[in-house]
Every structure is written in C-alpha cells, then in structure tokens.
Design a binder for this molecule. Sequence first.
Ligand code: PLP
Length: 390
Amino acid sequence: MDLSKLNQDISNVKPSVLRQFDHDISADPKIVKLTLGEPDFNVPDHIKQAAIKAIDNNESHYPYFWGVQELRDAASSYYHDKFGYNYTSDQIVVSVGATEGLAATFHTLFQPGDAVIIPTPAYPVYKSMSDVNHLQALMIDTRANGCVLTPEQVQQAIDEHPELNIRGVVITDPSNPTGAVYTEEQLHALVPVLRDNEIWVISDEIYGELTYGVKHYTLSKWLSDQTIVINGLSKSHAMTGWRLGFVFGPSGVIDLIAKCHQYQVTAATSIVQYAAIEAMTNGEEDAEAMRVIYEKRCNYLRTALGKLGLDIVKPQGAFYVFVSLPDAWKDDSMAFAKKLAKKQHVGVIPGAPFGDDHAIRISYAASDESIHAAVAGLKAVLEDIGAVPV
Ligand code: PLP
C-alpha cells in the first residue's frame, strides 16, 4: 500500500520527545528521574474500594456515552464547589482522561485550515492535535510576561495575521511545563478580545487543585458560552492510568463533543466511572494531602535552584519547574539533558518540545531523595561548564 496517501498530518506529528527521552534514560539503573508528569502517590484507598465494589456489582456494561448520570451529577457539584464552574450534568461529558477530552474538543470546534493560538512554553500535545486536525498552530511566546498570555498578544496576533482564521486559543492554567498560574485579573483581561473576535477557549485546568499560595480561577466564569473546560482525575486523585477526564461546555457544542467522543471511544470504562463517583462524592480532600507535599518540594527547589544562580519561571502550580539554562551553556536543551543523564544519572526533560530550547523541565512529582539528588547533579554539571555562582 502507498503510505503517502495516508493522512500526512499524522506522519508529520513529531514523536513525543518527552516519552522517548524518558524511555531512553530508563535503561540506566542508576538514573534518578524527574521527567514525567505522573503523581508519585497511590490512588486513594476509598476510590480503590469503590472500583472493587463496582466489579463485584457487575458494573460491566456499556455505559451511556456521555458518562454515568450519577458521575456527571457528582462532577457538576464537585467542580462548582471547588472552582465555581457553572455546568449542569447535561453539559459534562466523561472522557477517557483529559487527553481524549482534548482530542474530541479539537476535532469538534475547528475546521481544517483554522488557526489556534497556543501560548508557549506549552504542553506539546496541543500542537500535535492541531497538526492531525489540519489546523494552523500559532505559537505565541509568553516568557516575557511570566508565561501568561496577554490580551495585547492576542490582538497583535490577529492584526499581524489577517490571512489566518483564528478560531481558538488554549489556556493551560496552572501550566505544564512552567507552573505559571493566571491571576483573576489576568484571565479577566482576556475576555474582551476573545469575545469580540469569537475565539473559542480550550481551558485545560487539569492541575487546578495543585496551586501554591494562590487561587485557581477559570475563564469559564466570564466566557461560559465560548469556553470548553478540560479537567479530570489524573493529577488531583493520582489516577493517571485509570484514564478519567471531563469536558465541560455550553449546550449545543457539548452535544457535538459528546458525539465525537462516542464514535471515537464509545465511553469511558464503566468500573472507573463508578470509582470516580466516589472520588467526586467523598474525595474533596484527596488532592490536599498531595498538594501540601508538592508545595514543600516546590519551595525547596525554588530556593536550591536560586542558589545555583538559575533563572526559573515562578512556579505557583502543577508539579514542574521550568529552568532557563545558563548563558555558559552553548548547546541545545537535549544536549544538556543528555549530559545531565549521562554524567550525573539525573533525568529531566529538555525544554525544546515545550517551545524553549534553552531550558529544561524538572518534575517534582518525585521523592525528596530524588529531588535532592537532582539538585546535586545539576550543580555538578553547572560547575563542569563553569556556570555556578561563587
Ligand atoms: N493536560 C496537561 C496540561 C497535562 O500536563 C496532561 C498530562 O500530563 C494532560 C492534559 C493529560 O491528562 P490525562 O492523563 O488525564 O489525559
């Protein structure tokens, strides 16, 4: 068969450098990994018990494609109480992790050729989803404003690209890879330009429960008729492998997203949905125990990296620190990550896939021991390249 006749936008999608690099360094038995965005905690026990009970109760049938009604009811009040979302259960689709929710949303909202603004540094999956849907990804560098998109930048993109049909923007708040969190004012300031230009917002709030000393806000508060919110249990309840997410959106468009979700995956797994009811009913405090530990690690890293003279984006959420490499490092971010892995057995992710080839991302979803080892390893490499302050 002639493969050139297949969807070339798929073959153009770059393989996940992130996972490939993580895989490659895993061959080293001494490696200390601060690579993946994966909570280093177990699923809370009461949720595990609910899953076991669902199996015993033979909850083994095709669930309704939107998701189990009781789960959508529970999610509606859980997120209303946490963040003030205003979505009834018929405006919520239960997806197979946030990722499938994102995929169904990208596929539904846009037509081939439309442009989508992706503020960078960004989670690489958005670009891949733009590519497979034949969209134009307009990457906007936000590093000069603390990694937060400004209304001026949106307006500038519109003015400078009259040839583009800018139909969407992705807001990741808190951010992977930088840990930046939008203030209420910063989010609110985006409303007029997005409303006037009828730009859909995909608001990825998967790290919403993991903020440090600041509150999480949602753009859906002011722009509910043109915002699709993505959330889920991967980070808040350490359930990455269980694949449970939510899509929240206004009536009309959410019905189309539900259809798209149905033809792609049928529904999220029945057992996991029943376990998720428990998470949404009795698991309001589950994230807090983890959040407190992440915050301590975050504070430690901020101080330790500061002492090494490294420039970081102020992390206020998620579980990442995005570190600019010192000027003394003349090569790219992959070369730095490789050197750190090879010489010091410390694994971090190069900044290139996120849109900054002179940075690295450190995940602190890892033990204190690993984090201390990573700082020591980083220090040794910086000394080696002559970049440690006296
Ligand atoms: N969105 C962001 C910003 C992420 O960092 C991740 C995972 O790292 C996801 C979505 C994917 O979440 P899920 O595991 O629920 O698909």
